[in-house]
Design a protein. Structure first.
Length: 279
């Protein structure tokens, strides 16, 4: 039977017991609405450490005033059962007041990596992400923390925060898990109608189009961006941004003559989706 902890003090007591045994601890931070992508992180956490824990917390600090906090999918019982099936030892599922008590005023901001792309489109989003992950790391003191590469900018921001603040945790990025037809798994896919679900395939097709051009010798980032954008338009997806960036700095590239990453954000109906791939 998996334990559900509600307070940071309960987490710290459990972590002390794990450390006394000389065991390593892996952490998988989530906002719930778990899918196979999340569970792949838990299974890898079990491979990397004797104990793997997960957190389930819909973090209000990373949602803007017109975003989907109130309707974000929640299924704590189902999520806990999935964590247990994947091998998690316990789950922290706090309420908002436990994470942000009355009068809360301390935030973590990774300035440059948060400036572009989703940071520009969703002001304050990465400040909320960095803050809640820093609080999780303080409570759990994990040896390793696992995040999916689908949120590639988020992963870069967390890695930079850990490096800059000297946090003693190894950050592991895990590959994107996709449906058989290429759609990246996302908790927000539940919002898509059948028609929108077909349109959402435009994101993975856009990445494939750019990768095909690159494999055939195209090195102009602008041409790769246009090829991807054309696929999105053909799928009736409303482009938020398409960018070719340096995988570490996330700065835009003009010439793809070294490792690069294509980042995509687009709206399908009312749902904002993101995807990315190495070039």
């Amino acid at each position: 039977m998996i334990d559900i902890l509600r307070t940071a003090d309960e987490v710290r007591a459990r972590v002390r017991a794990i450390h006394r045994k000389g065991q390593r601890l892996a952490l998988v931070p989530t906002m719930g609405a778990l899918h196979e992508g999340h569970l792949s992180l838990v299974r890898e956490g079990r491979r990397l450490a004797e104990v793997c824990a997960a957190s389930i917390f819909v973090n209000p600090a990373q949602f803007g005033p017109r975003e989907d906090l109130s309707r974000y999918p929640r299924d704590e019982a189902g999520d806990v059962a999935k964590c247990a099936s994947a091998g998690a030892a316990f789950v922290w599922a706090p309420d908002t007041r436990e994470v942000y008590p009355e009068g809360y005023q301390t935030y973590v901001e990774v300035s440059e990596l948060s400036r572009r792309w989703c940071g520009e489109k969703r002001p304050g989003h990465f400040r909320g992400v960095a803050t809640v992950v820093a609080k999780l790391f303080c409570a759990f003191e994990p040896d390793v923390a696992l995040f999916g590469e689908k949120d590639f900018q988020q992963l870069a921001v967390i890695r930079r925060m850990v490096r800059d603040l000297g946090m003693a945790v190894e950050v592991v990025g895990m590959p994107i898990v996709r449906e058989a037809d290429g759609l990246a798994l996302s908790s927000r896919n539940i919002y898509l109608s059948a028609t929108e679900r077909r349109s959402a395939l435009g994101l993975s097709r856009a990445l494939q189009a750019a990768a095909h051009l690159k494999a055939n010798g195209e090195t102009s980032a602008s041409r790769l961006v246009e090829a991807a954008s054309a696929e999105l338009r053909a799928a009736d997806a409303r482009v938020d941004y398409v960018a070719v960036v340096d995988p570490t700095t996330l700065e835009p590239m003009d010439l793809v003559d070294r490792p690069a990453r294509m980042l995509i954000a687009a709206h399908v109906g009312k749902t904002r989706l993101i995807d990315n791939a190495a070039l």
